[in-house]
Design a protein around this ligand. Sequence first.
Ligand code: SF4
Ligand code: SF4
Length: 356
Amino acid sequence: MEFSPKWIAWEITRRCNLRCVHCRSSSEMEAKGHPDFPTSEAFRIIDDIESYAKPVVVLSGGEPLVRKDVFEIAQYGTDKGLRMCLATNGTLVNDDICEKIKASGIKIVSLSLDGSEEAVHDDFRSQKGAFAGTINAARLFKRHGIEFIVNSSFTRRNQEEIPKVYRLAKELGATAWYMFMIVPTGRGEEIINELISKEDYEEILDWHYQMEKDEDTMLVRPTCAPHYYRVVLQQSKKEGEKFKKRTLKFSTGGSKGCIAGQLICLIDVDGNVLPCSYFPKPAGNIRETSFKEIWEGSELFKDLRDFKKYKGKCGSCEFVNVCGGCRARAYSVYGDYLEEEPFCSYTPRKMGKAEK
Ligand code: SF4
Ligand code: SF4
């Protein structure tokens, strides 16, 4: 496997107009101690990345649309040949914003939708009107010909909604739907007991497999459910059919489950380069060290790329090269990012009879 940066999420602000229960940013309209960096700093970071690689760069937050220079940053990245994208909660989108999205060369936008109806989504987002904002943004994107991805986060609180949210994303005309089981971090730690159980997780992945086989218009993929790659291999073997995986537009470029620090990373508003959006341990800081040096030289990134170092079940697992387990969940639950994925119910062959 070649380890080059294919996809970078970039937190250009920690400020946000919502206060979602699972958010890694613990955002507030004023993110104390984590101020926005100036536009000139944004341009310098783009130059630094672009001199080394040409990844997809997703402008995220917080809520990126609260920054006045968001489209200047997007334009600068586009002019440098980067594929710029935007992740928004949708509540600030209007016709004018849609025009600016297109003019600045943004290729695709992602929206959050965590429930098929107002009550569920607004409860999850802790904001009345958030659901209406997302639906409105999706309709506006459709009207303006802007492609969009629907990202949906699930816990025990809304897991029953999964098939309904999938159908709604399809009805809205999304290019892709990514289902995500939250990883406890930031404000998410407060709801660790709300995490979907291992057993239910497995059932949901089985459901996703069956759904994905029949889905022929919208691209679908569970995000950060690395063991889905195991489930696909097991199920297709059981059913004696070849599973046709479609290429995802602006995907994280991986043919493997967890690709944190391997093909993707996050740059936070303070310049820290982290393995992914849910992994709170920095590999370095882009204000002190070049992106290339961090990517190639960080011990943390080197560890994550060395699957032989993985411990517990993941370390013994025949699927480690296609799955790898969620390193952020291992870090969050065991304080050791090389430990086994705590939400996988599989017992590797080497460790005894497979549970499934
Ligand atoms: S560690 Fe890997 S699987 Fe877990 S959230 Fe990050 S990228 Fe996703
Ligand atoms: S034990 Fe680890 S590597 Fe194996 S399938 Fe489960 S999460 Fe993946």
